[in-house]
Design a protein around this ligand. Structure first.
Ligand SMILES: [Zn+2]
Length: 317
């Protein structure tokens, strides 16, 4: 059976509705608001529809989440600054202004100090001053510093050493050294190495093992990817796995046609948006990573812009 068409205008409207419907769920998701806005903005710009959301409102919201105490962005006004919401804020602002012209020099300096202050002696990063360590925070911190133009070799070297300690025998990466391999963690680890220019730390042997582990994530006959062995496929791994393979020039090793069909089957054809699997409830997170994965597969076919597999932002030409 042929896969369903890509219902672009429904997805655009779906994302607009996410931002305008102040439902109960909206207020419950305060801690994810900044991430959610990044997912919506990224999905829109990938589809060449950034103007569907009023830029002044988006920027105003992001700036209203500035936390002067920590010198970083929170997820919602008056929330404490955190590395996750800070990266999302910087990504959004950078999409509208590559020079980050809406931030003062003092704010940029504070952001730099905040992020660098989260790095521990072993090279890992905390999410905030009280938080735990996780390879996700390493990627987030390194990406944010890079967007600010403040990533030094010393920080990058230490971060990459920590990342390599999280590499597992099976070819995947975990949350911390010794923890189970997971596809999203592979993205954060390979992404960190790519940002700091240390992909060479993946020796041929390690890279081949990792590529094998990643290609094994494709579940047939569905064509979707899972996050680890024996799990059901989930459309968000289309992004985490495919982008990781792209970063090491190995994306051609998977069945792209079946993956594309699986992604299209995860659409809600009536209301727009994507769910984790066909016929499941939609959300903006899975919508974003479905659309960015389609961009990686064939951005021209969909009339999309090309997305950078390392930063999950429009590719700088
Ligand atoms: Zn998912």
């Amino acid at each position: 059976m042929a896969p369903p068409p890509f219902v672009k205008s429904k997805h655009v409207q779906y994302i607009i509705n996410q931002e305008q419907n102040r439902t109960f769920e909206y207020w419950l998701s305060e801690h994810l608001r900044m991430n959610g806005l990044y997912w919506g903005v990224t999905a829109l710009i990938t589809m060449n529809e950034l103007s569907a959301l009023p830029s002044s409102e988006v920027i105003k919201y992001v700036l209203s989440c500035w936390d002067e105490n920590s010198g970083a962005f929170g997820s919602f006004p008056k929330h404490d600054g955190h590395i996750l919401s800070t990266l999302s804020a910087l990504q959004i602002l950078k999409i509208y202004s590559p020079e980050l012209s809406m931030l003062t020099d003092v704010q940029k300096q504070k952001l730099k100090d905040f992020i660098i202050g989260l790095q521990l002696p072993d090279g890992s990063f905390q999410g905030d001053r009280y938080g735990e360590v996780d390879t996700r925070f390493v990627y987030t911190a390194v990406s944010a510093l890079s967007l600010l133009g403040e990533l030094s070799d010393e920080i990058g070297d230490r971060a990459s050493r920590f990342i390599m300690r999280c590499f597992n025998f099976d070819g995947g990466f975990g949350l911390v050294p010794g923890s189970e391999s997971h596809a999203a963690q592979v993205f954060t680890c390979v992404g960190t190495l790519a940002i700091v220019g240390k992909l060479g730390l993946l020796t041929d042997e390690k890279r081949i093992k990792m590529v094998d582990w990643l290609t094994e994530r494709q579940v047939l006959p569905s064509g979707g990817f899972n996050g680890r062995a024996e799990k059901l496929p989930d459309v968000c791994y289309s992004w985490w796995v495919l982008s990781s393979l792209k970063m090491v020039d190995s994306a051609d090793l998977i069945d792209k046609e079946r993956l594309e069909e699986f992604i299209l089957e995860c659409q809600d054809l009536e209301h727009g948006g994507f769910g984790d699997r066909p016929d499941n409830a939609t959300d903006v997170y899975h919508t974003c990573f479905s659309i960015t994965a389609l961009s990686l597969l064939d951005y021209e076919k969909y009339g999309f812009i090309e997305i950078d597999p390392i930063y999950c932002m429009p590719l700088k030409k």
